[in-house]
Design a protein. Sequence first.
Length: 256
Amino acid sequence: MKNLIIILMSVCSLFWLPPQVLAEETSALNIMEKVFYRDDGLDSYSKVEMLLVDKKNNTRGRILEIYAKDYSSLIKTFLEFTEPADIKGTKFLSIEEEKADNTQYLYLPALGRSRRIVSSQKNLAFVNTDFTYEDMQRRRPEKDTHRIIADEALNSRNCVVVESVSNDNTSQYSKRISWVDKESDVVVKIEFYDKKGKKIKEFRVNGLEKKDGIWTVTDMVMDNEKDVHKTYMKLLEVRYNQGLGDDIFTSYSLEK
């Protein structure tokens, strides 16, 4: 009975919201759904150069390969570092789930086996980068409440700025503010805020162009303002719609 009352109160409260507020929330949700479901090919292969830069401007370079494949509205991603020697052979697998958190596995050559990343570890850094395990997965639009806060030009691109506030406790962030390019439906900038409402990271796209007819990010950076550290990623090669097999996206492929 208590749960029924709560549900009825929640539904009824919608009728007290001004129509403009409801329309704005719906419009913002639609924008984030277009981002989530935008065309990125049936599958893809990319080779990426990664550069880690610390507060003393010391740098470390890496090379990785990324495979991705669409399974209806869900995506599976397989990633492997190929250079340098100290990280070569490290692999990562992410499998999207429709009504649950992504299933993620990390394989470390030194251990000789893969381990599953549990929910309590999603806020940890992914192999010493400025991306966390949560950042390594797409966030479903329905998990947040969205509102449009501005129209703004960014790097000569017309963007709509959307604030997304978490509806639950599954995220390490209290909110994200995203700049969505109106032409491509690609998010070209994100500000990340911690549970106290403080901005801690900023993701920026520095290169965006069409490859095989698909809008593709070619240059990006995650700026960790809290730790004064940055992770740059530059696209070296990309191929779409190669007919990738399903066997790549399995836990067996991590350890073979």
